[in-house]
Design a protein around this ligand. Structure first.
Ligand code: GAR
Length: 207
């Protein structure tokens, strides 16, 4: 059983997609061992509660400085002894110690086709605003392993989504979630849980 820790900041629709996929058997060999949010009011925490999953908040607001927060965050993460960390809309910079400790064992979902519309400043709705401002016709989502850069780690899965006339950032965000994110994030976990992913020379190989 792959022990998965999910980290969230907001609504948690991607967390919900993972929970549903584990419960309905689309994702196999997987147990969600916990959920950590940096935001006490994240609806994602309620979603975890409803499914009997251990959930807690570790907020930078409750610490004197970033180093103290980072230390506590890693301590709490380690306490779940996860095989895989899933960043599902977790909008906090991951401490370097955590990246090193979980190399090739931490994945992130990003709401664009990396390398488009990614990196510092591109998160949430901002990604979709930028895509519409540029006038691209195809957008999408990416699941990648987390390395020291922002959205630079080995790409695991991507799925394209078409832009339609009259799209607003909100409408486009929803379509990217429905058609791409909620599918490829559970799929990525299933591939890892079943030993089908290898990282070689900074790239992934899927069997
Ligand atoms: C998702 O669209 C996810 O791709 C994005 O935040 C949203 C979280 O929604 N993540 C990023 O932008 C990371 N750079 P959710 O809380 O409903 O899953």
């Amino acid at each position: 059983m792959l022990k998965v820790l999910v980290m969230v900041s907001g609504g948690g629709t991607n967390l919900q997609a993972i929970i549903d996929s584990v419960e309905n058997g689309t994702v196999t060999n997987t147990k969600i061992v916990g959920v950590i949010s940096n935001n006490q009011n994240a609806y994602a925490l309620k979603r975890a509660d409803k499914h009997g999953i251990a959930a807690e908040c570790v907020s930078p607001k409750n610490f004197e400085n970033r180093a103290a927060f980072n230390e506590k965050l890693l301590e709490r993460v380690n306490s779940y002894e996860p095989d895989l960390i899933v960043l599902a809309g977790f909008l906090v910079v991951i401490p370097p110690e955590m990246i090193a400790a979980y190399r090739n064992r931490m994945i992130n979902i990003h709401p664009s086709l990396i390398p488009a519309f990614c990196g510092t400043g591109y998160y949430g709705l901002k990604v979709h605003e930028a895509a519409l401002a540029r006038g691209v016709k195809v957008v999408g989502a990416t699941v990648h392993f987390v390395d020291e850069g922002t959205d630079t780690g080995p790409i695991l899965l991507q799925k394209a989504v078409e832009v339609e006339n009259g799209d607003t950032p909100e409408i486009l965000q929803r379509r990217v979630m429905e058609q791409a994110e909620w599918k490829i994030l559970p799929q990525a976990i299933d591939l890892i849980a079943n030993g089908r992913v290898e990282v070689k020379d900074g790239k992934t190989v899927i069997q």
